[in-house]
Design a protein around this ligand. Sequence first.
Ligand SMILES: [Zn+2]
Length: 367
Amino acid sequence: MHFNQVIGQQSVKASLTTLVNAERIPHAMLFLGPSGCGKLALAIALAQYILCENKQDQESCGTCKSCSKVSKLVHPDLHFTYPIIGSKVTSPQFLNQWRSALLDNPYLDINHWLQFIGAENKQGNINKDECLRIIKQMSLKSFETDYKILIIWLPEYLQKEGNRLLKLIEEPPENTIFILVAEEQERILNTILSRCQIVKFNALSDEEVVEGVMTKTGISQEQAAAAANLANGDLNEALTLSSNAENDNAVLFLDWMRKCYKGNGVELVPWAEKFASLGRERQKHFFQYGLHFMREFMMYKLTGSQQVRLRKPELDTVMNLSKVVAFEKIEPITQLFNDSFYFIERNANPKVLGLDASIQMNQIFKN
Ligand SMILES: [Zn+2]
C-alpha cells in the first residue's frame, strides 16, 4: 500500500513522512478517526514506508523486497492484532481471513470483518491470550529489517486486557513501533491513551469518497455521487451502498412517493411485495435514502435554494412535492422512516412493514 493509494488525508501523510525522514517517529501512535476515513490503510502505508529499503522523499519505492511483502501483508516484521471471536484464540488463527479481507478492502469496518469471519451475533474482542502473544512476539528480534511494527486495529476491543500491554507500550524493545487504529476514544483505557501520540483523522470529503468509489468499483460518477451523498465521508459505507447501485434507491423511492401520494391500493400491494423481495440491507438503505431525501427536502423548503445534494430527477421531485407537502409534514415523515429502519433491523415482516409505511405516508400526505 502506497501513500498515494490512500484517498485524501494529505496533511496526516505529510506530517508522518516528515517524522520518519527526521527519524523522529513516535514508538506508539494512536490513529483516531471515524469509520471509513482510511486510518487502517494509512497505517499500512506508513509501515511500508518505514520498512522500505529504498524510500523516496514522500513515498515507499513499491518494488523492493520489503514493499513487495508489505503489499501482500506477509512481511515478517509487520504484525497485526484485531478483534476476533472466542476466548482461547489469537489473531494468527484468523490471519488468512484478515489478509484477504484487508487486501480486498482496507477501509473495512468491524461489522464487515466480523461477518467475514462468521461471527453472526457474537461480539468481537482482543483477549488475554492475544495480549500475552503480543508481549512475547514483540520481545523477539526483528527478522528482515531494523524495525518491528505492530498494528492494533480497534484497541477499543481490548477492554481491561489493555492493562497487560501498558509496560510494553511505555518501554518498548528497541526499534519497535505500535500503531493503534481506533474510532472511539472514550472506549480506550486512559492509561493507553496517555502513552500514545494521538494522530487525528477527519472524515473524507464527498469528493474524496466519490473518487474512492470510482477507483474501486468503476461505476459512473453519478452513481458514486449518489452513494457518497448518503455515506457522510465513510468510504466503506459508500462502497456498500454502491454495490447496490444497479438497483438505484432514488428511482425506487421516487416511484414510491408518487404511489403513496396517489394512495391506490392496487399499486401499493405489489409495491410492498417488491420491497419485501429486496433483502434486509437494501430495505434499510431504502429508508436511509428516504431520510437523506427528507433532509434535502427540508433545506429546499427553508432556503428555496436548488443547491441541494440531489440529482436532477430527485430535485424535480423535491420541487413538485414542495408545492403539495407542507413543512409540518416533514417531521412525521422523518419519524416514519426512522421507525421503519428500526423495525427492519429488528426483523419486522418486510411486506407488512412496506404496506403499512405506504398507508401511513398516504395519510400524512392527505391530512
Ligand atoms: Zn520499497
